[in-house]
Design a protein around this ligand. Structure first.
Ligand SMILES: NC(=O)c1ccc[n+]([C@@H]2O[C@H](COP(=O)([O-])OP(=O)(O)OC[C@H]3O[C@@H](n4cnc5c(N)ncnc54)[C@H](OP(=O)(O)O)[C@@H]3O)[C@@H](O)[C@H]2O)c1
Length: 272
C-alpha cells in the first residue's frame, strides 16, 4: 500500500504506552505497515523486549526511556529523538490507565476519596498526554505536517460507577483533543491534526479481575457491560487496528477533533 492514501510506509511515529497490552498490538501493527516506531517507555526491559521483537520481524523500532508525567524526562527524550530522527510525523499518546486508589468502591463514600491517588491518575492520563504533545509538537512543526492520536476511553463521555479519577482524566483528554485540533489547525495550518480513539471494554490484565471470575465467567460488572454491548463481547486488541490505521494515514486527512469509539456499539446503546 506504499502509494495509497493508507500508506504508513516510513512514517516516524512516537508512541507512549507502546509496551502496554493495547500499545504492543498497535505498535507491532504499525511497524508491519512500514512505519518507524519510536517507543517512549518508562521500563527499559519492556522497551528493549518490544524493540527486539519488532526488529526480529523486520520492522523498525527505537526505544527512548521517559516518564510521560515528568516534563524534563520527556524533554531529554525529545532531544535524543531529534538528534537521531530529525522530525516526527505522528505522536500516539497511549500511556495511561486506572489506579486502584482513585476509585470510590461500592462500600465507600465520597469522603473516602483518596486525593493523592486522584492527582496521580489525572497526572498520568491527562498530563501524560499534554506533556508529550507540548514537548514533541515542535518535531512535527519541523516537518510542516503532524498528527496526534490520543487514547481516550468509554468512561470519558458518560462517567461510570467507581472509576472517578480515570473517568475525569479521560474526559479531560477528550476536551484536550478537541481544543488542540482547533489550536494547531488555526495557528499552524490544516496539515496538523489531532484525534482520539475511545476503546470500549477490552479484557486485559488490568481489569480481568473486575470483569471475570477465576473460572472465566463474568462478574456482575462484566455482565452489565456485556448486556450493554450490542456486539455481546469484550474487545480484542486487534479490534483497534483499523481505526488506528485510518487515523494515522492520509486517508483521514480531513478528519480532526474527533473521538472515534471502538466499542462494539456500547456508546450507541441506551440499554432499551
Ligand atoms: N484496556 C482497556 O480495556 C482500555 C479501555 C479503554 C482505554 N484504554 C486506554 O488505552 C491505553 C492503553 O491501555 P492498556 O490496557 O494497554 O494499558 P497497560 O497494559 O496498563 O499499559 C499502559 C502503558 O502505559 C505505560 N505507562 C504507564 N505510566 C507511564 C508513565 N508515567 N510514563 C510512561 N509510560 C507509562 C506503561 O508502561 P510500563 O508498563 O513500563 O509501566 C504501559 O506501556 C491507556 O491509555 C488506557 O487508559 C484501555
Amino acid at each position: 500500500m506504499s502509494n495509497t492514501i493508507f500508506s504508513l510506509e516510513g512514517k516516524k511515529i512516537a508512541f507512549s504506552g507502546a509496551t502496554g497490552v493495547l500499545g504492543t498490538s498497535m505498535s507491532k501493527y504499525l511497524a508491519e505497515q512500514g512505519a518507524e516506531v519510536i517507543i517512549l517507555g518508562r521500563t527499559s526491559a519492556k522497551v528493549e523486549t518490544l524493540v527486539a521483537e519488532i526488529t526480529q520481524n523486520q520492522g523498525k523500532a527505537f526505544g527512548y526511556i521517559c516518564d510521560v508525567t515528568d516534563e524534563q524526562s520527556v524533554v531529554n527524550a525529545a532531544k535524543e529523538i531529534e538528534k537521531e530522527h530529525g522530525y516526527l510525523d505522528i505522536l500516539i499518546n497511549a500511556a495511561g490507565g486506572n489506579m486502584p486508589g482513585a476509585v470510590i468502591r461500592p462500600d465507600q463514600e465520597l469522603s473516602d476519596l483518596d486525593l493523592d491517588s486522584l492527582r496521580k491518575v489525572i497526572d498520568l492520563n491527562y498530563l501524560g498526554t499534554a506533556i508529550p504533545s507540548k514537548i514533541l509538537f515542535p518535531l512535527m512543526l519541523k516537518k510542516g505536517k503532524g498528527n496526534i492520536l490520543n487514547i481516550s476511553s468509554m468512561a470519558a463521555s458518560r462517567p461510570m460507577t467507581r472509576v472517578l479519577g480515570y473517568a475525569s482524566a479521560k474526559a479531560a483528554i477528550d476536551n484536550f483533543t478537541k481544543f488542540l485540533s482547533v489550536e494547531l489547525c488555526t495557528k499552524h495550518g490544516p496539515e496538523f491534526r489531532v484525534n482520539a480513539i475511545a476503546p470500549g471494554f477490552f479484557l486485559t490484565e488490568q481489569n480481568r479481575a473486575l470483569l471475570t471470575e477465576e473460572d472465566g465467567s463474568l462478574t456482575g460488572r462484566g455482565n452489565q457491560i456485556i448486556t450493554h454491548t450490542p456486539m455481546n463481547r469484550f474487545g480484542k486488541p486487534e479490534d483497534l487496528l483499523g481505526a488506528l490505521h485510518w487515523l494515522c494515514a492520509d486517508a483521514s486527512a480531513f478528519v480532526t477533533g474527533t473521538i472515534v469509539p471502538v466499542d462494539g456499539g456500547f456508546s450507541a446503546y441506551s440499554g432499551v
